[in-house]
Design a protein around this ligand. Sequence first.
Ligand SMILES: [Zn+2]
Length: 69
Amino acid sequence: MVDENIVDENTDEVEETPVETFDVNYACLRCATVVSNTELSRLPEIKCICGFRVFTKVRPPVVKTIKAV
Ligand SMILES: [Zn+2]
């Protein structure tokens, strides 16, 4: 009888696709209207109310204490 001690130590950190649960906001480059990605996904096409289609990603405000220099 062979005592098989199989220790599964394959604990490689597998990076899974992060699920974005937070709202990502986009700002129109032309009129600066901020639209959330949920709002954009509801639209048939990514387009601002002004007709412009170029958006910049707006980072959600990070709660962090930054010392003003
Ligand atoms: Zn716009």
